[in-house]
Write a protein that binds this ligand. Structure first.
Ligand code: COA
Length: 327
């Protein structure tokens, strides 16, 4: 016997620091008008030097557990989607597991850039559906501002920090995750990557002097692949779930860039008011963007019990995915 998996509670957290477009004007050759028209971003949250990814993940996870009413000891697995872990070893998932007191959980990380949260929920969905586990905590958490090169104006204006979390468990028939799919295409590696610091180009004086440990992005090329991929997989998942775009109450896309969100909406035929956006205030928080945005929708009552919601993401790798959920 199988059972549907759904979201039982969510939470999110940001650093208190804010980096506005005006602040960036003092760091690189840019201006508010360029950033606003090209990206829709007005400000992003920025961790302090002594703040790190797992702190925001733990704050978001704690809130999600409280709202779901689930004891930390009942969590079977913690999946932390992050591209900016606290450190290379151990995984951020293990650190979260310790801090939240999830004594019976396995902790692990998923490395799928901005699609990481959808990777996480897709993995645990099948584990819950088949009864292998009861409860999962999936967290998207990033401190991207520590991986951004503040001499490169084409990337440093985009990214921000934060975390969003969801507790998943079994839900009644007809509810929860109705269709979900994740994809990747490594041929596009160099559209968004951080080449230095791994086993291929280890951390040396040379890689650091050449700034190879920072994110590099070919924004223009990424833009086209992102729009096409998110639109196609969203249509495929809606069809698989047996619905059309008119049935959807809210689309919560990865907050990459307002122009990408607008282009996906136009391809799918979704009106602006059904396409959630918080990018003006948050910037692109990679794997954290969907759970933060989804939790904001739930808090604001934009998504209620019974509503059909479409999530779609695209990120470095490249990776992409879509999930259809009945709340
Ligand atoms: N301020 C001012 N000018 C800037 C700038 C900035 N912050 N960043 C780049 N420019 C300049 C470029 O140097 C270039 O100048 P040139 O014509 O003199 O060479 C010009 O603006 C156009 O650059 P281009 O890269 O073609 O701009 P664009 O319209 O593609 O916008 C992005 C750049 C990054 C905003 C856009 O490509 C984008 O958002 N792509 C998707 C990125 C993304 O979402 N990544 C995450 C995916 S998960």
């Amino acid at each position: 016997m199988t059972q549907n998996a759904g979201i039982l509670g969510m939470g999110h957290a940001y650093p208190s620091g804010v980096l506005t477009n005006a602040d960036l004007e003092k760091i690189v050759d840019t201006n508010d008008e360029w950033i606003t028209t090209r990206t829709g971003i007005k400000q992003r949250r920025k961790a302090a030097d002594n703040e790190y990814t797992s702190q925001f993940a733990v704050a978001a996870g704690k809130q999600a557990l409280e709202r779901a009413g689930i004891d930390p000891k009942d969590i079977d697995i913690i999946v932390c989607a992050t591209t900016t872990p606290d450190q290379i070893l151990p995984s951020t998932g293990c650190l979260i597991q310790r801090e939240l007191g999830c004594e019976n959980a396995a902790g692990m990380d998923v490395f799928a850039a901005c699609s990481g949260f959808l990777y996480g929920i897709t993995m645990v969905e099948s584990m819950i559906r088949t009864g292998q586990i009861r409860y999962a905590l999936v967290i998207g958490a990033e401190v991207l501002t520590k991986y951004v090169d503040y001499t490169d104006r084409s990337t440093c204006v985009i990214f921000g920090d934060g975390a969003g979390a969801a507790v998943l468990g079994a839900v009644p028939e007809g509810k929860g995750i109705l269709a979900t799919k994740i994809r990747s295409d490594g041929r596009y590696e160099e559209q968004l990557f951080a080449p230095g610091g791994g086993t291929k180009l280890g951390t040396t004086h040379e890689t650091i002097d050449n700034r190879l440990h920072y994110f590099k992005m070919k924004g223009n090329e990424l833009f086209k692949v992102a729009v096409r991929s998110m639109a196609e997989i969203s249509t495929e998942m809606l069809e698989k779930a047996g619905y059309s775009v008119e049935d959807v109450t809210m689309v919560v896309p990865h907050q990459a860039n307002q122009r990408i969100t607008d282009a996906v909406a136009s391809r799918l035929g979704v009106p602006e008011e059904k396409m959630y956006s918080n990018i003006a205030q948050t910037g692109n928080t990679s794997s954290a963007s969907i759970p933060i945005a989804l939790d904001e929708c739930l808090e604001a009552g934009k998504i209620k019990e019974g509503d059909l919601v479409l999530l779609t993401a695209f990120g470095g790798g490249v990776t992409w995915g879509a999930t259809v959920i009945r709340f």
